[in-house]
Write a new protein. Structure first.
Length: 305
């Protein structure tokens, strides 16, 4: 069943279009990063700028965003495009009832869909990473360090769960709504809400509740930061930037005493991992919760011919 789902996804136009789009953005971001890599390294005395392969994922000249910023927008589209018609399209085509007539369990069908998408997304991001490492070796001749490789692999893991969350969410709408167009609109609506309107609503609330004499901006107030991190895109942004930029030492406001004793060296990987552990666990948790809801709705769904 997993092989069947993988073959169906590979032949689908949604996956092919998103694959081409992500590949173009990857090569565009890498081209901009390579062109500006010498300038970034030579003009800075920051030790973290010597981590060349991390710079390939984060460097930008302003004409194009860096690759990890691109994924914050393209990742949800990839997950939604793979999941908005995962169940209702098969039900409309009559294939779902024929599959259920076979001696298989319902949960195996849903698990095969999730595993196949996770496998495809993992292969996609791993392939792009290998291309980036291989291209960096050919261009710079600098071997990749273990810490860089570990940080990039952790970043790939975050991307997989980020896409997996949006796939699970769109699969919920695919189970609840009979029309694939309705499920797609609902999924995109949730994505737009958390990407655009959620931050606007919180900023309006903060401008009313936070006094003007506050020493910190509204988005740095502890309770405001906690509300912002309820958005999956914010969890992804915090986790990815901290892992790919070792000089980030905190995701919240720091006191003068904390800043005065800080040494301008990149954080070790374990310290960065401790900073983003709440974000990573939160992203994994919401993915599991969404898949559990999809599992619950599908097990109770009445399948008719």
């Amino acid at each position: 069943m997993v092989r069947k789902e993988i073959s169906d996804q590979i032949r689908s136009w949604q996956f092919l279009v998103l694959l081409i789009l992500i590949s173009f953005t990857f090569f565009g971001s890498m081209y901009i990063a390579v062109n500006n890599l010498n300038i970034t390294v030579s003009s800075s005395e920051d030790p973290s700028d010597l981590l060349l392969y991390l710079k390939l994922l984060t460097t930008s000249d302003g004409s194009l965003p860096s690759f990890h910023v691109f994924i914050s927008f393209l990742g949800p589209l990839l997950g939604i495009s793979l999941g908005f018609n995962a169940v209702n399209a098969e039900q409309q085509n009559g294939t779902l009832i024929r599959i259920m007539a076979q001696p298989i369990y319902r949960d195996n069908l849903l698990l095969s869909k999730f595993i196949s998408v996770t496998f495809l997304v993992s292969i996609l991001f791993l392939s792009l990473t290998l291309l980036m490492v291989g291209g960096g070796l050919l261009i710079t001749g600098v071997p990749i360090e273990f810490e860089e490789l570990f940080r990039i692999l952790l970043y790939i893991l975050i991307c997989i769960f980020y896409v997996g969350f949006w796939f699970s969410l769109s699969m919920i709408f695919s189970i609840r709504f009979k029309q694939a167009a309705t499920a797609a609109i609902a999924s995109i609506g949730v994505w737009l809400f958390f990407t655009i309107f959620y931050h606007i609503i919180l900023n309006v609330i903060a401008s009313v509740l936070v006094p003007r004499s506050s020493p910190f901006p509204a988005n740095r107030i502890p309770w405001m930061a906690d509300l912002l991190r309820m958005a999956p895109s914010q969890l992804y942004t915090d986790a990815s930037t901290t892992l790919l930029m070792p000089k980030i030492r905190s995701l919240g406001p720091m006191s003068i005493e904390q800043m005065s004793g800080a040494i301008p060296n990149p954080l070790p990987i374990w310290d960065s991992l401790m900073i983003v552990w709440p974000q990573m666990s939160g992203l994994v948790s919401v993915t599991i919760v969404c898949f559990a809801l999809a599992y619950y709705f599908f097990m109770r769904k009445e399948i008719k011919g």
